[in-house]
Design a binder for this molecule. Structure first.
Ligand SMILES: O=C(O)CCC(=O)C(=O)O
Ligand SMILES: [Fe+2]
Length: 195
């Protein structure tokens, strides 16, 4: 347990594998990021969904909302001008057209997403996911599915961009862990191609 805490506070690990991830700080400047964070928090119709684990139902420890043009995910809302604008900045960096985005709202250090990989069949087996973060810096941890000791951590900063490349979801899991330190709000956007 102690080791986990040390790891998650270590920030940027050395030697993050660039065939799996690309990180770029400051895709949006401070003013743009402040404005977007406040707008997303205020104007998104956030929902707290339920998840089933071992036959028990839990409330997901964060708020979410789907936007885009896919009919595959129930409740998906049409692109807003801000999301459309961000998508148009992100797509040329990646060379992929995305048709949906999941917004996650981590209200404080108690909000989190547990170890998982985004490998739903509706995204194909090798999805490329582009992630944009606003607000509180949180640690994004990855671990190898077959060797949990092989792990890395990246601090996702206000206005930053993270690309999860094709091999990541198949062989690695990722998470945003809870923190006992005081944490302010964070909104994360993951652009996806749902097929
Ligand atoms: O909040 C993040 O940076 C990651 C979110 C995530 O993993 C997901 O939505 O699948
Ligand atoms: Fe994920």
């Amino acid at each position: 347990m102690e080791q986990l805490a040390l790891f998650s506070e270590a920030g940027q690990s050395k030697g993050i594998p660039t065939h799996l991830l690309d990180y770029r700080a400051g895709l949006f400047n401070q003013t743009e990021s402040d404005t977007l964070l406040a707008k997303f928090i205020r104007e998104t119709p956030w929902k707290q969904t339920r998840q089933k684990l071992w036959e028990k139902e839990y409330l997901t420890p964060r708020l979410t909302c789907w936007y885009g043009e896919t009919a595959r995910i129930a409740g998906t809302l049409p692109w807003t001008p801000e999301l459309q604008a961000i998508r148009e900045i992100v797509e040329p960096l990646v060379g992929i057209t995305f048709n949906s985005v999941l917004l996650n709202y981590y209200r404080d250090g108690n909000d989190s997403v547990a170890w998982h990989s985004d490998k739903e069949s509706i995204m194909g087996s090798q999805p490329v996911i582009a992630s944009v973060s606003f607000g509180q810096v949180r640690c994004f941890d990855i671990r190898n599915k077959t060797d949990h000791k092989e792990r890395y951590s990246i601090k996702l900063e206000h206005g930053s961009f993270l690309l999860m490349k094709a091999g990541l979801q198949e062989h690695w899991e990722h998470r945003i862990s809870k923190s006992t330190r005081p944490m302010k709000a964070r909104v994360n956007l993951t652009f996806r191609l749902v097929i």
